[in-house]
Design a protein around this ligand. Structure first.
Ligand code: HEM
Length: 128
């Protein structure tokens, strides 16, 4: 039988962590996103590294420490508008570029993130 391809292994832990750090460097200065994030992103970075590891088929680090992800519910305290979802995805696309993530692996990963980000929208532009 063919060995299954695990995106987490294809990307590699070090590159994934670098990508997430670059992503939050952008979030911190993004005019749409910065207002809803804490000033100190240390813990957010740590949790996102755990989450993306399991999202990409690696060990279930997020669930082991924090329980079921319930991502939409965990985002409810923050007004997530279509503009913010778009900004989030743009920060991620830039971070992917900067770590040289390309090809089918990037396409599949990014498409999943688009679906998850859209699912997270919980506010209209007027609510925000
Ligand atoms: C946490 C915003 C999409 C995964 C957060 C937090 C904010 C936020 C404000 C709280 C940060 C903190 O207090 O530490 C957004 C916005 C998004 C978005 C504006 C745009 C659609 C996503 C997506 C994913 C994701 C697509 C996963 C693929 C997470 C994780 C956490 C988090 C894992 C940490 C949850 C926890 O506290 O345990 N997000 N997010 N987010 N977000 Fe998002």
């Amino acid at each position: 039988m063919k060995k299954p391809i695990i995106p987490f292994e294809e990307i590699g832990e070090e590159r994934l962590h670098t990508m997430i750090d670059l992503f939050y460097d952008k979030v911190a200065v993004n005019p749409h996103l910065a207002p809803i994030f804490p000033d100190d992103l240390t813990e957010t970075r740590r949790k996102q590294k755990q989450f993306q590891t399991q999202y990409l088929g690696g060990p279930n680090l997020y669930t082991e420490e924090h329980g079921h992800p319930m991502m939409r519910a965990r985002h409810m305290p923050f007004p997530i508008t279509p503009t913010r979802a778009q900004a989030w995805l743009e920060c991620m696309a830039e971070a992917m570029d900067e770590v040289g993530l390309d090809g089918p692996l990037r396409d599949t990963y990014y498409k999943r993130l688009v679906l998850t980000a859209n699912h997270m929208i919980n506010a209209t532009e007027e609510d925000a």
